[in-house]
Design a protein. Structure first.
Length: 171
């Protein structure tokens, strides 16, 4: 057991990079309840019920809960809270750099402006940076919705260096 503890401590101490994490997948069952209550979006009766819904056995079910949990995110502070909590957890596990993916259309199609999403994430990135964690955002667009949908999501005007690290990746 000591060997395993030593190994876990050793792994935690190694510098790591998280290169594939989706914002929408970072919403915890506890946040679904707390943020949902704050916003009047009550998807589950309790944290236990939310946890049970997260206990999936197929990719399809995983993607469904992933999309459902996102419904509680309405304000910049909601996005900031979810991303900051993830960044803190990653940093505690020895992660030094995170590339966080987000899907603007998953939010704009629910009536949440892309600026709301990005303003929240910029706040979370500032929080992470103060804790020594470097972060970048990668914006995903749903191919099936076409390029016009990405444009009408209002994203391009946010691709400013000060606003979004994803600029480098989108050219
Ligand atoms: Zn992915």
């Amino acid at each position: 057991m000591t060997g395993m503890t030593d190994l876990a401590a050793f792994i935690r101490s190694l510098p790591k990079a998280e290169l594939h994490v989706h914002l929408e997948g970072c919403v915890t069952p506890e946040q679904v309840i707390a943020i949902g209550r704050r916003n009047g979006v009550n998807l589950f009766e309790s944290v236990d019920a939310a946890r049970a819904a997260y206990d999936v056995s197929s990719l399809d079910d995983f993607l469904k809960i992933f999309a459902k949990a996102s419904e509680v995110l309405l304000h910049a502070d909601d996005f900031s809270e979810v991303a900051s909590a993830y960044f803190d957890k990653a940093a505690a596990d020895g992660v030094r750099h995170v590339e966080l993916m987000l899907d603007p259309q998953a939010h704009t199609t629910r009536g949440v402006a892309v600026g709301t999403v990005l303003n929240g994430l910029m706040k979370a990135r500032d929080h992470a940076s103060r804790n020594g964690l470097s972060t970048l955002l990668i914006l995903n667009f749903m191919r099936a919705r076409g390029g016009r949908s990405a444009g009408t999501a209002g994203v391009p005007r946010y691709l400013q260096p000060a606003h979004c690290g994803a600029r480098d990746r989108l050219g």
